[in-house]
Design a protein around this ligand. Sequence first.
Ligand code: DOR
Ligand code: ZN
Length: 341
Amino acid sequence: MPSASTITLNSPLDMHLHLRDGDMLQNIAKESAKTFSGGIIMPNLVPPVCTKEEVVAYRARIRDAIGDETFIPYMTLFFKPEYDHAFLESLREEITAIKLYPAGITTNSEGGVSGFDIETLRPALEAMSDLAIPLCIHGETNGFVMDREAEFVPIYEKLAQAFPKLKIIMEHITTKASVDALERFENLYATITLHHLLITLDDVAGGMLQPHLFCKPIAKRPEDREALLQAALSAHPKVMFGSDSAPHPREAKEACGCAAGVFTAPIALQVLAELFAKHGAIENLPDFISNNAQRIYGITPPAKKIILEEKPFTVPTSYGGVVPMYAGETIDYSIREVMDG
Ligand code: DOR
Ligand code: ZN
């Protein structure tokens, strides 16, 4: 029987996940599939996932990498303004959402959207609204790095207003401005990562530069982190966990020209348990980690029980050549058992 120092989570979901492709996919997919019940899979491959055939083939490669773990890859398409109703209808059953990147804003986003002219975007967004396909957005302008997300908030609002039936998910929010925007439009939702609940820009660049904490959007100010933390810990009904776990090979991170992304998949649940327990909010973790996402997306993930226990776990320094957050450090919670069904 689990003791008092254990926490049981049902069907955790990672609503923003990079699984990559090829050898990297083979190396890291299981780190999510072991402990999560499903995840929204980002489409920023090279080339990006833009057709039904590409979605179907990528899902098959993910399933192959996962083996017999119980895990649903909820697939996404890389947004293009030219998608029309007939095209989207033809692949509606294959995807759970569509991800929009501003052109060139982050890893492999060169084919994204330039300018946010509502009339240019209208046919595709109206079709999505009609087909009830949620729109996930990487919301950053190409302005000053600390202001990019806040500058994007008016664009979120313009889209939310123009397409009131379209569910818009503000991905990996990092600012108080984004948390506040949730209250203004019914159809705005958000994901929050683990690392943005824990770090500020000081942790990335305040001392020796920490390449493994460098990501986009960059971590912001203490008051921003506080707003995110309050939203997560209070189980804000429009907020979901999305790790944005984004593996890059060690040599691409420890380089002149460091790739953006924090690899958190193997430690996400343990550290979230520790964080919520420390703040006396453990009863709200199920909403943040699964229930809100199920309601917002209308999905029912496979049953899976994760039992975490308060027992030190020393994080490996590398997973197949990728350095995780807390590499070599000891965290307070461990995975004790995973049960399907
Ligand atoms: O830090 C990031 N890494 N932010 C993103 O938006 C993309 C991601 C990646 O794919 O590496
Ligand atoms: Zn991402």
